[in-house]
Design a protein around this ligand. Structure first.
Ligand SMILES: [Zn+2]
Length: 449
């Protein structure tokens, strides 16, 4: 996490300027930059966790490692803000605006993907990139009346006359752009006369009817039986017109296209635990909302991603001769054995559970799922506590020292003091203090602080 912070705060800012004002770098350059970052992250060694997972959000099993591609694309989106903002006046707009208005002005952003693709060739490389990046997030719906009414008539590959898409300049100028523009307020298609009057256009019967004819029958059935949607827009367009800062919004949108959940690990974990787990979002976020101490968050993160060095894993990679448990030396040291099933470890948990019963009048359910992954039915306090105990077990394994109740308590007291000191600034705020105290309440009772 420290290295990711370094990348975010020291390396990324160097790139912002060039990625904002220049066309997108070629794909291999983006990859090269990404390689540099990942090589720094893993200290030049091979990646231990898939890149597509690492760039994800905490709740998806990621660590929010910056994704250069999404970063570059989302920076470009900020230009659309400037373009759509009537109050922002700059010389660059003058260069663009003629062409932009001729092709439909702001409506361009609401065209179908193939329409935007085609229209982008009218712009310079920089704006072409912006249009094509926008298009990555673009979708089109044909199975709802709303989706159909919102489709552009112009340059729409589903609407062809003589096997060609259409683009009529006069129509753009008169405001005929979307299928919805062909409908009266009762969702019936305008007659030729009504159409010409409404848009002040002079077109003939044949032209108008070949247009109506090109709209698929099932689309017509769907829209004429539905209410008319007058507000033609989409979530991205709404966001960008209502918010001055859109970079983060778009970063997340692009990220969702390129990120992946570690489903393989999830399946393996379910198999080992012998249960089916639904709430992975919660399980992945837990280590980060339990504690601000990265040492503990990363420890739990490694357990979830199955990269924690147990003897079973170390032997698999040829780093240790035995895969037997460091405590009992009898059974294979897997994550489940190490943190729960080993007799020595189990005894420690039983001692702890007894303490909980006495001090907090609380029965601690010691099943594999709760101990290894955390539990949604437990509060933050208990979940933090299990992470701390596991950390203690792991340090004992590492130092080949004995597991004792006094050892756990001493270690927990120590972590409490560290977190208390390091969050002292936040603790001057009442709500932050309440949160902190609430988090440690149950734990404080049993370790007598
Ligand atoms: Zn053991």
């Amino acid at each position: 996490m420290g290295k990711i912070t370094v990348i975010k705060s020291l390396a990324l800012p160097i790139l912002i300027q060039s990625l904002t004002v220049l066309p997108n770098p070629p794909d291999d350059k983006i990859k090269e930059i990404q390689n540099i970052f990942f090589s720094f992250l893993w200290s030049g060694k091979p990646d231990k966790i898939k890149r597509k997972v690492m760039i994800g959000l905490f709740e998806n099993g990621g660590l929010k490692m910056p994704d250069i591609r999404s970063f570059c694309y989302s920076l470009k989106m900020t230009w659309i803000n400037k373009l759509l903002d009537p109050l922002s006046i700059s010389p660059w707009k003058t260069l663009l605006i003629d062409q932009y208005n001729r092709l439909g002005a702001d409506k361009i952003w609401l065209m179908t993907p193939d329409g935007i693709q085609e229209i982008s060739s009218n712009f310079n490389n920089f704006w072409k990139d912006i249009l094509l990046n926008w298009n990555i997030l673009n979708t089109v719906t044909n199975d709802t009346a709303e989706g159909i009414m919102k489709q552009s008539i112009l340059l729409n590959k589903s609407l062809k006359i003589n096997n060609k898409t259409i683009f009529y300049q006069r129509w753009v100028e008169s405001g005929v752009f979307f299928i919805g523009d062909l409908l009266d307020k009762n969702s019936n298609f305008f007659t030729l006369k009504e159409f010409c009057e409404k848009y002040n256009l002079n077109i003939n019967f044949l032209e108008y009817h070949s247009l109506l004819h090109m709209i698929p029958k099932d689309w017509k059935n769907l829209i004429t039986t539905s209410e008319k949607f007058t507000h033609i827009s989409n979530d991205k367009f709404e966001f960008i017109t209502n918010n001055k800062k859109s970079c983060q919004f778009f970063y997340r949108k692009f990220l969702s296209m390129y990120t992946e959940r570690p489903t393989k690990q999830e399946d393996k974990m379910c198999e080992e635990l012998g249960t089916h787990i639904e709430n992975w979002d919660f399980i992945y976020s837990l280590p980060f909302c339990c504690t601000k101490n990265n040492k503990f968050s990363m420890f739990q993160f490694k357990i979830l991603h199955r990269t924690l060095a147990t003897n079973a894993l170390l032997q698999k990679y040829g780093l240790k001769e035995t895969n037997l448990c460091s405590f009992c030396n009898e059974t294979k040291e897997t994550i489940i054995h190490l943190f729960l099933e080993c007799n020595l470890v189990r005894n420690l948990w039983l001692e702890i559970a007894a303490l909980f019963q006495v001090e907090n009048n609380l029965t601690l359910i010691l099943n594999v799922e709760n101990i290894v992954l955390g539990s949604e039915s437990w509060d933050i306090s208990l979940n933090l506590f299990t992470i701390l105990v596991k950390y203690y077990i792991y340090t004992c394994r590492f130092n080949t020292s004995l597991l004792t109740l006094t050892g756990v308590i001493a270690m927990i007291k120590n972590s409490y003091q560290i977190e208390k000191i390091s969050t002292s600034f936040y603790r001057s705020h009442i709500r932050a203090r309440e949160k902190f105290d609430c988090k440690w309440e149950l734990i404080k009772n049993i370790v007598h602080m």
